[in-house]
Design a binder for this molecule. Structure first.
Ligand SMILES: C[S@@+](CC[C@H](N)C(=O)[O-])C[C@H]1O[C@@H](n2cnc3c(N)ncnc32)[C@H](O)[C@@H]1O
Length: 263
């Protein structure tokens, strides 16, 4: 495993700082490396991720995961610099955040978020029992005390009282179309909570379509943030949805319906 070291500080310190106004501590850097190694080992047994090269892993799994919560990092979730865009700050950023990662797969963006925002509690949700079993092993082996795991479909979990309206932040990366992600995420948020939907390409026409879906779910699109990744210079977007009203009880609709009949 010695030849599989993540790009480390000080090489990456400038990039973290310039792009997120945040720099990992030495301990967080160690946790990123442990996570990387554990996932590579797990890949031998489970088909977890195609992204195994150290630089690619750093950019696509670590940096990209944390780019989505840049407003929270800037606002001082881990004692970082002053926020530029305070309208995106979590309403409860000075208190511990309750975060859910919907369709977490190999634990992204949830694990990096749990490492970076140590005072948060991060629930990793996936419908695949095998993946959750691996994440549970990872959680225990790496002693991530602020991580919980849960097997379930977002459509069902969103109707369960212990999860519905229970989270400050919902993260959704690579799980479905944006309106499907919104239908999964908004019911799980407390009023005032923030959903972060990670996208590759995105157009203004798509924003217009999504606006309607988000409105039905009790939310508004607060920001569509376009950015370039620091190593491969790829275009990405993060959509930030704010929950402003209670989500009607019939959302999320039953399993499969959000995908088959998107809002
Ligand atoms: C392409 S993977 C993305 C994994 C991770 N979010 C990432 O970006 O690397 C999609 C994951 O979403 C899960 N998933 C799909 N539909 C789901 C649903 N309705 N509820 C919960 N998990 C779901 C799948 O099991 C799979 O692990």
């Amino acid at each position: 495993m010695n030849n599989l070291k993540l790009p480390s500080l000080p090489d990456m310190a400038n990039i973290w700082q310039e792009t997120l106004q945040w720099t990992p501590t030495v301990q967080q850097q160690v946790q990123f490396q442990q996570l990387y190694e554990f996932i590579l080992q797990g890949n031998n047994q489970f088909n977890l991720t195609r992204i195994t090269d150290p630089q690619e892993f750093w950019e696509k799994h670590l940096w990209d995961s944390l780019r989505g919560i840049a407003p929270i990092l800037r606002d001082g979730g881990v004692g970082a610099a002053e926020g530029e865009n305070t309208s995106l700050s979590s309403p409860t950023s000075s208190t511990p955040l309750s975060v859910i990662d919907i369709g977490t797969g190999a634990g992204f963006p949830g694990f990096p978020v749990a490492i970076a925002v140590a005072n948060s509690t991060v629930t990793l949700l996936d419908s695949t029992r095998k993946k959750i079993a691996f994440l549970e092993e990872t959680r225990a082996a790496l002693d991530f005390t602020n991580v919980k795991t849960f097997t379930g479909r977002a459509e069902e979990v969103g109707q369960q009282p212990q999860h519905r309206q229970n989270y400050d932040v919902a993260l959704v990366r690579a799980v479905g179309t944006a309106s499907v992600c919104a239908e999964y995420a908004l019911p799980l948020l407390k009023q005032g909570g923030l959903a972060v939907i990670y996208r590759g390409n995105w157009t203004e026409e798509e924003t217009k379509v999504l606006e309607n879906a988000v409105d039905q779910l009790g939310g508004v699109i607060e920001l569509v943030d376009k950015f370039t990744t620091p190593l491969s210079e790829s275009i990405r977007h993060c959509l930030y949805l704010r929950k402003v009203r209670t989500t009607p009880v019939h959302f999320p609709r039953p399993v499969g319906v959000p995908t088959q009949k998107p809002l």
